[in-house]
Structures are given as structure tokens and as C-alpha cells.
Design a protein. Structure first.
Lengths: 193, 193
DNA sequence: TTTTATAGTATTGAGTCGATACAAAAAGTC
DNA sequence: GACTTTTTGTATCGACTCAATACTATAAAA
């Protein structure tokens, strides 16, 4: 049995543990839990199909009940807004409030990571990213979880013009910025861009 | 600002979150928390200098109080044994009990990961490992945390013969198997083996 | 000897998290 | 259209995490 993958797992777990301690520190006065900050970060990046409790549950790997609690707390503190979907009225849509955005901006939850990776060449970062992405994809395949990704590398995305794209799965037109947000319907393209 | 490091962070966090769900599932009947399994895995790998509550706290990035609670629980369930150090009687030494080892053997907490990485070439694994290790080292430098590592790549380790080594920092002789355990006194060597 | 530092434990309180049960809306079935 | 079933989310509960604080015991320093 090859032990190298285990070493990699160990690193992933340790880094995640340490970054969670960082998150705890960075949220400072607000005394948010790490998972709260992770939820805020996710919401700051989610596109229109993915700004729901369900997608967030899938992203965080937590049950919907747990996530519901998290969202209740974030709502009470005025960091997010919840509103009903017009079409499917079971669905709740989520977005960061102004103070939620402000908090993320001030807390800079990834600052320590930025520093920690400053001396690693872009090329090595890319290689590591690609390896981990593959691990994640396989892990989710076995688990029927969503991969999440940007439209820019999604199989469903059709480029209509320089600024406008279209999601082939949902049929909506998407602006440039929207194509750089996270989507849980993401399907990796065969060809690398 | 380069966004690639952030993508890597996202992957690390997601993988860790998912593996934590896996841990929850794998511990099965024992209904252990992910942290408990992580502690057991650590203890199964720690060397003689690192089998203490303090080293475990440092490894997990938790406070000593928190870790103390974890150890209490593991002790109550008979998964670990605690005993006093002969020389410094403040120090508590930890080791897995037989049922602790059994549990790890049966739960196979890394099985999902092994599967997820089965199609990634050893070379890419190594590259990713090296990049993440560097990130971890830098992160810990800023934080004065311990890096942890095996004697086989430690600057303090002196090879006396084919089977016997010696820790230059502590002065003890170490057997072959012992040099492949985790140590929190680890100092990376300048030269890569 | 006295002081200070270190290793660990005990307790408390806010919060996580899954499990279960529930409500409401949508979708499928006859 | 009336019915079941599925999907989306919430409410409640209990075991547990985790940090903070205060504490004990031992060791090291002054």
C-alpha cells in the first residue's frame, strides 16, 4: 500500500484545522464560529442557482438542519438576508447583507493563507490545485455530492458574446461577473481551457 | 492579487470538511466525533517525545483544556491509556489501548481518501504534498507552532548504523520503526534525501 | 527558600451538529 | 381534481466541542 496519499491527507487535515483556528481569531469581536465565516465566504461567491440552504449544506457537508441553525444565527446578527423564491416558494434565497460584506472585508479570513503561500510558485500552486480537485471529484463521485465550480470551466456554459454567456442546463443568460461565481450544478469540461 | 492560492484554500477546506463527514460515518457504532478519531490517528503515529496532551494540542490546533476533555472521553471508553512520566511527573504519556488500535484498524478512517486519490499519479501526489508542506511550514512559522514530521527527514536525526539512529536534540537512540513516527521536535533538513 | 514557569485538570457556558419530527409547497399518480 | 410522494426548509432535543477561567502539582529559576 502506498503511504504517500496518507501524508497528503494529513497535510490537508492539519492545514484545515489551523485555518479554522485562524478563522476563529479573525472574526474577532463578532465571535463567530469558523463554520459561520465559511458560510459567509460561500455566500459571497455563490451564483443565483446556489444561494440556498440546500446548496450550502452540500458545500459544507453538513445536514440541512445544522445549516438551518447556522443561517438563523447569521440572520439574527444581520449578516445575511433571507427571502423567498418567487417561482418555487419552498426555496429560500440567501445573500450577504451590507454588514456581512463589511465583516468579510475587514476580517480577511484568508490573509494568513495568502501569507503562508507567498513563496510557492504559481505553477506549483496550480499543480497542487489540480491534484486536490481530482481527489475532490472522485470523493464526491462516490458520495453523490456536488463538485461546485465556476461557469468559466463548466460544461454547461455557452459563450454567446464577449460579455454574455448562457447556462445550457438552466437556460438563463449570465453576465460576465456571474460566470465567475460558484455553482453547484457545475460539471467539469472535458477540455481544459 | 493572485486568486489561485484562494482556490487552493477552498479545496483544502472542502476536502477536510468532507473527510470529517467521512470520519463521522466510519467510526460507526462507537459514535465518536471526528476530533476523537483524529486524536487516535495521531496517537497511533506519535513517537516517544510526542505522545503527550501538549503535543496533541499543538498538532490539532486546540487549547490544552479542550484536548484534556477529548482525552478524558477516550480514556473512559477504553480507547487510550494514560500514565505518568517517570522523569517529569507533570507530564502525562498517552498510548492507544488494544481496543483503540482495533477501532482504527476496523474503521479505516482514510479509506475514502485512498479511493479518492487512486487515479492520481504518485508524482502529482508528491508535488502537491511538497507544496502543502511548504504552506504549512510558513503558516506555523508565523504562529510559532510545531511542524511535526518523521525522523527520517529531520535535521536532528543522526544515523548510527543501518538500524539505529540517534536524536541529536534529545540524545536518545532510536530504532528503525521509531524513526518513522511523528515528532513535534521535527526540524526540516536543508538537503532533501 | 521563594518565585515563577510548565503540564495538565475541572468547570462553565455559548455554540455545533445530527436525529427526529414537523410544515409547506411542488410534483407525480390515479 | 383528489391523492400520495417528494422536496425544501424549520423546530426541538441531547450529546458533544471548544475556549476561557480558575485550579493543582511538579519542576526550574532566582
Amino acid at each position: 500500500m502506498d503511504k504517500n496519499p496518507l501524508v497528503l491527507l494529513e497535510l490537508v487535515e492539519r492545514l484545515a484545522n489551523l485555518m479554522r483556528s485562524e478563522l476563529r481569531r479573525s472574526s474577532g469581536d463578532e465571535s463567530l464560529q469558523p463554520v459561520h465565516v465559511q458560510a459567509l465566504v460561500y455566500l459571497s461567491r455563490a451564483n443565483r442557482y446556489s444561494n440556498t440552504p440546500q446548496a450550502l449544506s452540500s458545500y459544507l457537508g453538513l445536514t440541512k438542519g445544522t445549516v438551518s441553525q447556522t443561517l438563523l444565527l447569521l440572520d439574527r446578527r444581520g449578516l445575511i438576508e433571507r427571502y423567498q423564491d418567487d417561482v418555487d416558494r419552498r426555496v429560500v434565497r440567501l445573500r450577504l447583507s451590507t454588514s456581512g460584506e463589511q465583516l468579510l472585508y475587514e476580517a480577511q479570513p484568508a490573509l494568513a493563507w495568502q501569507n503562508a503561500t507567498r513563496n510557492i510558485s504559481p505553477n506549483r500552486i496550480r499543480n497542487a490545485t489540480s491534484a486536490l480537485r481530482e481527489a475532490l471529484a472522485t470523493l464526491l463521485e462516490d458520495n453523490e455530492g456536488a463538485l461546485f465550480g465556476e461557469c468559466t470551466t463548466c460544461a454547461h456554459c455557452q459563450k454567446l458574446s464577449q460579455r454574455i454567456s448562457r447556462c445550457g442546463l438552466m437556460g438563463d443568460r449570465l453576465s460576465g461577473p456571474e460566470t465567475r461565481r460558484l455553482c453547484w450544478l457545475f460539471e467539469p469540461r472535458g477540455d481544459e481551457e
